[in-house]
Design a protein around this ligand. Structure first.
Ligand code: ZN
Length: 447
């Protein structure tokens, strides 16, 4: 078709294409937008345990008080965290290439001057598991995977294991270091960071993620069979006993004897971007929806918001909340932590006594394009511990995750990616659910 176009038509087609790739409108309005814009602009990156995470807690307290929340407080805790250091990676053989890399959270530091070692490619985590014991001694393992974008983010669980468990498995086989293909679905030259975890019986090693285009490069070279060598410098390191805290605030209901509705997001972010999708938007969504459903005690039950600390590095805030509030009954838990794109699905974990309530919620959401699906709601990371301990009723509002893992834990997780119209749809879906559950006088419980 281009062949027969005039130059002017071709140029206008090109401009249209460019416009299609431009960011969504960057100006929104309302509480959810203001929180998302404020946190990402006035605080920015807020790695768990950092001064910026502490500044974010103070920012949250001021903001929640100004919005009319009561009992606004910081519930402090400490945790064993990790700080980033200088980092670089260079393929030194068979062809020299500087790679885009980010250390994984809890990576061990490389020795001064870094390490240079043969790079051994594994197409899957299963292939790494099958490598003989000791076979990686003195080598750097490269772990690949094939995660693809999906509305429900289904690839993150199975393929994410390359990040969560891969480095520990490589270390157990003697590896001196490990690089993984970023757990992401984009084609940008952005590494995706994220935490890894070490088995008790292994000594941690330097571990990083290379961008998807760099992983593609490694794959092309690996296919030739030519020996590869990598120079790796990752100076980030674990640090014990860092300060964090949860920010908790309430909108009291008319009947304080009824257990509250708990709604959560997380306040910390990874340090490469400004944590707009992950998870400033979640804090904005739950807060505006709680206000819409409950300001001036419109509803029976108290709605409590939890802006959890230190989620990204191991859900320490969720664990601290569950411990601090274990003797206090809750009614129902919900969480927003999957970006800011439209809610498309609702799932429940309700006891048999709450079946009619689930029907009413589903009917209320259907007109705004949210479908009821089978399967059990799981609540999310931060409310997980308290929901399990108290067998709480749970409602999951699933956001469209098609582009979530393009941005997740990258330098590109910034405000311009948040579409104000989709953010507003999230708030409306949450408001509808909260307006119903916070007015439910009867007992609420999970299965
Ligand atoms: Zn998150």
């Amino acid at each position: 078709m281009f062949k027969t176009m005039t130059r002017a038509a071709a140029l206008s087609a090109l401009l249209l294409t460019t416009a299609a790739h431009a960011a969504p409108p960057t100006e929104g309005s309302g509480v959810a937008w203001d929180i998302t814009a404020g946190l990402t602009t006035e605080i920015g990156q807020r790695l768990a345990g950092s001064d910026r995470e502490a500044a974010a807690r103070d920012w949250a307290v001021t903001r929640l008080k100004a919005l009319g929340f009561e009992s606004v407080r910081i519930e402090p805790f400490t945790f064993d965290g990790w700080v980033r250091g200088p980092e670089s990676a260079m393929l030194t053989a068979p062809y020299p290439h500087k790679l885009a890399i980010a250390a994984l959270g809890y990576s061990a530091p490389t020795p001064k001057g870094g390490i240079t070692a043969p790079l051994v490619y594994f197409p899957t985590l299963e292939a790494l598991k099958a490598a003989p014991e000791g076979s990686l001694k003195g080598k750097i393992a490269c772990i690949d995977h094939a995660m693809r974008a999906a509305q429900d983010g289904a690839g993150y669980g199975p393929y994410g294991a390359a990040r969560r468990q891969g480095p520990s498995i490589a270390a157990a086989k003697g590896a001196a270091g490990v690089v993984i293909r970023s757990i992401g679905t984009d084609w940008q030259r952005n590494p995706h960071t994220g935490a890894t975890s070490w088995s008790k019986d292994v000594t941690s090693i330097p571990a990083g993620a290379v961008s998807n285009p760099d992983a593609d490069l490694i794959v092309r070279i690996a296919k030739t069979g030519k020996p590869m060598s990598l120079s790796l410098q990752l100076e980030g390191k674990p640090v014990a006993k860092l300060p964090s805290g949860n920010v908790v605030a309430e909108l009291p209901g008319r009947d304080p004897s009824l257990p509250p509705i708990l709604v959560a997001c997380h306040l910390d972010s990874w340090d490469l971007g400004t944590g707009a999708f992950d998870d400033a938007a979640g804090c904005g969504i739950i807060t505006e929806a709680a206000l819409a459903a409950q300001k001036d005690a419109k509803a029976l039950r108290t709605i409590r918001v939890l802006w959890a600390g230190a989620e990204e590095v191991g859900v320490f805030g969720g664990a601290a909340y569950a411990e601090a509030h274990k003797n206090e009954p809750h009614a129902l838990a919900m969480e927003s932590d999957f970006g800011a794109d439209k809610v498309w699905r609702v799932q429940f974990d309700f006891g048999p006594g709450n079946a009619a309530l689930a029907d009413r919620i589903a009917a209320s959401l259907a007109p705004i394009g949210v479908v009821r699906a089978g399967g059990k709601a799981n609540g999310g990371a931060d409310v997980g511990a308290i929901a399990r301990a108290q067998k709480l009723a749970v409602v999951d509002l699933s956001q469209d995750g098609t582009r979530y893992f393009d941005l997740h834990h990258t330098p590109d997780d910034t405000l311009d990616k948040v579409d104000p119209a989709q953010l507003a749809q999230n708030v409306e879906a949450w408001r509808r659910v909260l307006a119903i559950v916070a007015n439910e006088a009867g007992p609420l419980g999970g299965s």
